[in-house]
Design a protein. Structure first.
Length: 79
């Protein structure tokens, strides 16, 4: 079973398209959107079973140039 997480990504001004392309090339997401508001991108991804969510996000996002900040929201099967 995988864990579905949503990651909001704030980019350095002018780098949103470059950040989106770098994330797309990593192929870690199931969906990636440009959004309005405090963050520039919204990524939906599935963390493999047994893998720590924090490590997964850090390992895959730390090297992406132009990422200023992320906010990760975990999901839980409630229904």
């Amino acid at each position: 079973m995988t864990t579905c997480v949503f990651v909001q990504i704030r980019c350095t001004p002018g780098t949103t398209y470059d950040v989106a392309e770098a994330i797309a090339l990593k192929e870690i997401h199931s969906e990636l959107y440009s959004v309005s508001g405090d963050y520039d991108l919204l990524m939906k991804c599935y963390v493999p079973e047994g893998q720590d969510v924090g490590h997964f996000i850090n390992e895959n996002m730390a090297g992406v140039a132009g990422v200023e900040r992320t906010l990760t929201t975990l999901t839980f099967k409630a229904f």
